[in-house]
Design a protein around this ligand. Sequence first.
Ligand code: 6PG
Length: 251
Amino acid sequence: MKPSIEIIEPKLFSGTVADEIVASIAEFVAETGRCTIALAGGSTPGAVYRDLARPPRVQEVEWPKVKLFLGDERWVPSDDVQSNLKMVRETLLVNLPSPGPQVFPVNTTLPNAEAGAKDYERQISSAFSLKTAELPRFDLVLLGIGEDGHTASLFPGSPLLAESGGICSPATKPEDKSVRVSLSAATLFSAKKVFFIAKGEGKSSMMRRVIEGNEPIEQIPARLYQRATGAVTFFLDSGAGRELEVAKGRA
Ligand code: 6PG
């Protein structure tokens, strides 16, 4: 399915994405009575989560019907500045009403990322009431994109890109060898909706390669969107989208 491309003025970016998340939650809650979301890590989503957690949006969401997971997590303590859970807690969770959403963090107190991935797989299987070897189908997956084309913790050349099974795995960031746990490509892209979010001119050439290029997924993992079974939307600010033909009105 062809992805949708939304190019948004920087000052409207986080509010627009937050509105789309609110609308999607309402849609899935109306359909099934709940909404399961895998949250993006990194720095871009922080402003979106803050907008989501302040009026009027925060009152529009039936938070007790929302289940929040992490698309990936750095293998650090949850109070470490690198922790995605810490970022989500400080930008979103602390500002939500009680009772709030059910949150499923990666347990980084376990001995290693292998144990963490197995435990997360068990948490997800239980939350989705999965049968053996069944993959979860998230309602919504939020994903950032690195300047090297990675998404979640699926990095260029990663052996995870070739794997088909599994809900989540340990992963390593090549440039600094930092260890993570990442949902698998199959899990991420079997979601009903995938929202990519990217800001800044620093990502403009990568966004053109992801969306309008044809390099292999092994080189640009974000091109996994082509395998998505659900709807994919790229939310780009005008900086990240400036090299796209669609941005120049030519596509
Ligand atoms: C992470 C993210 C990662 C991130 C991209 C973009 O844990 O780092 O999952 O995939 O989304 O690296 O990060 P920025 O939003 O900071 O540019």
